[in-house]
Design a protein around this ligand. Structure first.
Ligand SMILES: Cc1cc2nc3c(=O)[nH]c(=O)nc-3n(C[C@H](O)[C@H](O)[C@H](O)COP(=O)(O)OP(=O)(O)OC[C@H]3O[C@@H](n4cnc5c(N)ncnc54)[C@H](O)[C@@H]3O)c2cc1C
Length: 388
């Protein structure tokens, strides 16, 4: 049996007693039966009080620096949470927690002024305030705007598929201001903000996804991120790269689990006198999946080292997200097929895994976008190297 990814020697130098403690308590807390409590709540996803419980138990703000109220456990801390939540059987919680800490929490900590940061970040870490990233537009291109009016900005925007959008108190809205891309923090309680719809998703159901409308919402200009235009875009990509890296890990954990379960299933299920897994066509597919699992792990270790050394890893992580998510999606479909008729039934864990991983194809940017980011950035770097 393969040892857990985080037991690989590459991670050992980063482990502190606090990391070990987190791994132990997260492993105990995020057990599959807990999911039933969450999805049984009205709406079928985490509600506000459960976010507060996550905060009380110290599962939010794990990767944020201590001086800002976080636990200072960095990327390894976030990976430990992904490993633990992968046991739940629903990738929603992991996605929601990346959104709360690695996307909106980090964005607030690094892209906004101190006043706003000090007012809201401690509340986010406590789970009393939930953040959401409002980026995707119904029309496929950026139509959201803010215009200046004295010391205020007036926002008109509509955003889709926003993770944590229904629970959120703080909306980080990407929009155009003075002809430049900007991000504005809009408090949900402001007049003119409305949740138009909470989506009924195929997978990742433990967390809500919503459509939010902002109609003539007045916001103080102090809520604007400090970085605009190209700097906003570059910083956004940096923040999203960490979140995408964690999605790679989510996919890899799911893939590893599928491999283990299908080997068990295929070893026991006898078809035409021999085990399903031992038929040559399946042996080939399973061997490929085992090789993919190794490649995913190697990619994660490599990108982890890149990110820990603060190197630019936007292209490398985008390429890895494409690889991990694409291969896991295909493998989940194959596993469901190997399960025969049972793989078509709602209670099939393989079918459920397929529903989960399909969400990661779009979350954090589509796989097509990942290929474009990776291709363009790597080609550009090659050109630069040729010039030097
Ligand atoms: C689980 C989940 C979580 C999400 N979380 C958030 C969130 O928190 N906040 C947020 O703002 N959004 C979120 N999204 C939205 C997500 O970022 C978008 O769905 C994704 O970026 C694709 O955009 P779209 O849905 O508008 O599809 P479209 O832009 O219409 O794209 C449709 C398809 O066409 C492909 N495509 C695009 N351009 C090209 C091209 N030039 N050539 C060929 N193919 C192309 C895309 O890759 C995609 O596969 C989430 C989505 C999901 C499913």
């Amino acid at each position: 049996m393969q040892r857990p990814l985080l037991d690989h020697p590459a991670f050992s130098p980063c482990f502190t007693p606090e990391h070990r403690d987190l791994r132990e308590r997260a492993g105990r807390y995020f057990e599959a039966p807990r999911l039933r409590e969450w999805v049984a709540a009205p709406g079928g996803h985490l509600v506000k009080s459960q976010w507060q419980e996550l905060g009380r138990l110290g599962f939010l703000g794990i990767s944020l620096p201590r001086e800002l109220g976080g636990q200072g456990l960095g990327l390894l801390g976030a990976l430990i949470l992904s490993e633990a939540t992968s046991e739940l059987g629903d990738l929603g919680l992991s996605l929601g927690m990346h959104c709360q800490t690695e996307i909106t929490g980090h964005w607030l900590a690094t892209a906004h002024g101190e006043g706003l940061r000090d007012r809201y970040l401690p509340e986010m870490i406590a789970g009393r305030l939930v953040g959401c990233a409002c980026d995707t537009e119904p029309g496929g291109q950026m139509e959201s705007t803010a215009v200046r009016d004295g010391g205020e900005l007036v926002v008109n925007a509509r955003k889709l598929y926003v993770v944590n959008g229904a629970n959120a108190d703080l909306c980080f809205v990407t929009l155009k201001l003075d002809g430049e891309m900007s991000t504005l923090l809009v408090e949900k309680e402001r007049p003119g903000v409305r949740v138009l719809k909470v989506f009924d998703k195929l997978g990742t159901r433990a967390i809500d996804s919503a459509m939010i409308d902002f109609a003539e919402v007045r916001v103080p200009a102090a809520n604007l991120a400090l970085k605009r235009g190209v700097r906003q875009l570059m910083h956004w990509n940096k923040v999203m790269t960490v979140a995408r890296f964690l999605m790679c890990a989510d996919a890899c954990f799911l893939h590893g689990r599928l491999l283990k379960r299908i080997l068990e299933y295929g070893g026991q299920r006898i078809v035409d006198g021999r085990s399903l897994a031992s038929w040559p066509i399946n042996r080939l597919a399973l061997a490929r999946a085992a090789a993919d699992q190794e490649l995913m792990r190697a990619g994660l270790i490599d990108r982890f080292e890149h990110l820990e050394r603060r190197r630019n890893a936007v292209a490398e992580v985008a390429a890895l997200k494409w690889f991990c998510v694409d291969r896991t999606t295909r493998f989940a479909a194959l596993c469901a097929e190997m399960q025969g008729g049972a793989g078509y039934m709602w209670d099939s864990e393989f079918l459920n895994a397929h529903a989960q991983i399909l969400g990661l194809k779009m979350a954090g940017g589509s796989l097509t976008t990942m290929k474009a980011i990776a291709g363009q950035a790597l080609a550009y770097r090659e050109e630069l190297e040729a010039l030097s």
